[in-house]
Design a protein around this ligand. Structure first.
Ligand code: AMP
Ligand code: GLY
Length: 421
């Protein structure tokens, strides 16, 4: 089979390494891929948001199956366009990708179908939002409606901070059109859990749970990032909570999307918070998480391509989705300065064993040498029998991935370990 994977980060590298294990795969094209992915796939310099370019490439190269990994092309209708020319895809159509593309849509869906989430109000004009904030409980959470590279959420500790966020989004245009509508919601507390789930629109098969580390600094301090590391499984997510989530959140969400005429097929990502009142949805994503994928797929024992095809063909009920009972930890290395200003172009060296364990996110080839080209540069994953071992092995392997001004958090997995205390 000739496969095409849209995207070019660590998540896509992990997906490609998994897909390659299937002997039926003859070639994988990555659009655009990156300098590290080039070891495992044929990179093609077409951007993930160039839908016309992607469709033309797929047609010209007789692609058998496409995996659309990032949010933007999904929301832009990449799957719809590829389906129109007869190419089956992993991922939802645009009318279902809206579950991530619009937070207002997602919140209204949850309210309509009784799916537990934070209480909220939506606004499309700043004056009304500012008036509401005069009496809103503090802390409060201000969210831009549309996609904002994971940065459209402000946890405001004071009324002034919340008002500034509203002005920035609705009047300052810091997130462009994404901020012209906003959600203001109740601040929730509790451990966070990411659950990615395969669904064919009827059956839901959750993957092993995981925990992201979104802040740049140790002990969850500093700015939000795209994710600085992950562990799986998430020890706060017990079998009893998993069953509760299946009944109260996962199945109702898939049913709600069907009822709305927006059948979701692909990977549905549930960002959950285990609050004192039970699990609640913080966010939906219409795709695999990054860097959750880098710990979840290494634990997948079933064949990824077979499972993906089952979500597309509606045969997930008959398809085994098995995970190992081991533990995984992924440590991201970023360029110092990320998530604000950082330098690019530093050469990257990796020992052989580190390279085998590493997914490349922000790097390109320059004269056949790998150099940094992004904020988050690499993610190094270890799998072991216990979480403690996975963490120490991931950090050991990480020392084999070197570039100037590399930065990583030193506490990936520590919050998860506290669950055992
Ligand atoms: P999101 O981009 O929606 O994943 O939000 C980023 C982060 O903000 C989440 O991972 C949570 O840590 C936090 N967050 C979002 N919504 C809430 C909420 N209602 N209460 C508390 N924290 C939240
Ligand atoms: N790790 C969070 C996300 O992929 O959005």
């Amino acid at each position: 089979m000739k496969l095409m994977v849209i995207g070019g980060g660590g998540r896509e590298h992990a997906i490609i390494k998994s897909l390659k294990k299937n002997p039926k795969v003859e070639v994988i094209f990555a659009l655009p891929g990156n300098g590290g992915i080039a070891k495992d796939a044929t990179c093609v310099n077409i951007s993930a948001t160039d839908i016309d370019g992607i469709v033309n490439f797929a047609r010209d190269n007789a692609i058998d199956y496409a995996v659309v990994a990032p949010d933007d092309p999904l929301v832009l209708g990449c799957v719809d366009r590829l389906n129109e020319i007869g190419i089956p895809c992993f991922g939802p159509k645009a009318n279902a990708a809206i579950i991530e593309g619009s937070k207002v849509f997602a919140k209204n869906l949850m309210k309509k179908y009784g799916i537990p989430t934070a209480k909220y109000e939506t606004f499309d004009n700043a004056a009304a939002a500012l008036a509401y904030l005069e009496n809103a409980p503090i802390p409060t959470v201000v969210k831009a409606d549309g996609l904002a590279l994971g940065k459209g959420v402000i946890i405001a500790q004071t009324r002034e901070e919340a008002k500034t966020a509203v002005r920035d989004m609705m009047e300052g245009g810091v997130f462009g059109k994404s901020g012209s509508r906003i959600v203001i919601e109740e601040f929730l507390t509790g451990p966070e859990v990411s659950v990615l789930a395969f669904t064919d629109g009827t059956v839901v098969k959750p993957m092993v749970s995981s925990m992201d580390h979104k802040r740049i600094g140790d002990n969850d301090t500093g700015l939000n990032t795209g994710g600085m590391g992950t562990v799986a499984p998430n020890p706060y997510y017990t079998p009893a909570i998993a069953e509760q989530c299946m009944q109260e959140i996962f199945l109702p969400t898939v049913a709600a999307m069907n009822a709305e005429g927006r059948t979701f097929r692909g990977c549905l990502y549930f960002g959950l918070m285990l609050t004192p009142d039970g699990p609640k949805v913080i966010e939906y994503n219409c795709r695999f998480g990054d860097p959750e994928t880098q710990v979840v797929l290494p634990l997948l024992e079933s064949d990824l391509l077979t499972v993906m095809l089952a979500t597309t063909n509606g045969t997930l009920a008959d398809t085994e989705v098995l995970f190992s009972d081991k533990h995984a930890c992924c440590v991201i290395q970023a360029s110092a300065g990320y998530p604000t200003a950082y330098q690019k172009g530093y050469p990257i060296t990796m020992t052989e064993e580190a390279e085998r364990a590493t997914y490349v996110a922000g790097a390109k080839l320059e004269n056949s040498k790998l150099v940094t080209s992004g904020g988050r540069v690499t993610g190094t994953t270890a799998v072991a029998d216990t979480l403690v071992e996975a963490i120490s092995e991931a950090y050991r392997l990480c020392r084999g991935v070197c570039f100037e001004k590399a930065y990583h958090r030193n506490d990936i997995g520590q919050r998860a370990l506290q669950a055992f205390k």
